[in-house]
Design a protein. Structure first.
Length: 114
């Protein structure tokens, strides 16, 4: 295994955009999840163009403010954790990453503070 090869078959969808919002990378799961929207053909598209209002405006302000957004959704009978966060290269803002992970309905929670 070399470099970032592990991400290709990672079971969560990983979508990466640059500082201007252009999608620059999608792993296999991301291409599968967004197949109906073009899958791999989305690479080079602006991520903002992939979101209708009010999601587009929310994402635009998150990118401008470079803030993280974390939430869960239910879609197609599955529950998912969505984690959207800025990424940096050499300490310089480089864009946003979205992780979409399927999670069980009865997700255990452990308090490690005790």
């Amino acid at each position: 295994m070399s470099g970032n090869d592990w991400i290709k078959e990672f079971p969560g969808a990983v979508t990466v955009c640059d500082a201007e919002g252009r999608i620059i990378e999608m792993n296999g799961k991301s291409r599968e999840v967004f197949a109906a929207d073009g899958g791999e053909k989305l690479i080079g598209a602006n991520v903002l163009d992939c979101h209708p209002e009010p999601s587009r405006s929310k994402l635009e302000s998150m990118m401008a403010e470079r803030r993280t957004n974390i939430y869960t959704i239910q879609k197609n009978g599955k529950r998912k954790l969505i984690y959207q966060a800025p990424w940096h290269e050499g300490g310089v803002y480089a864009g946003f990453i979205e992780l979409s992970l399927e999670i069980p309905w009865d997700l255990p929670h452990f308090n490690r503070d005790k």
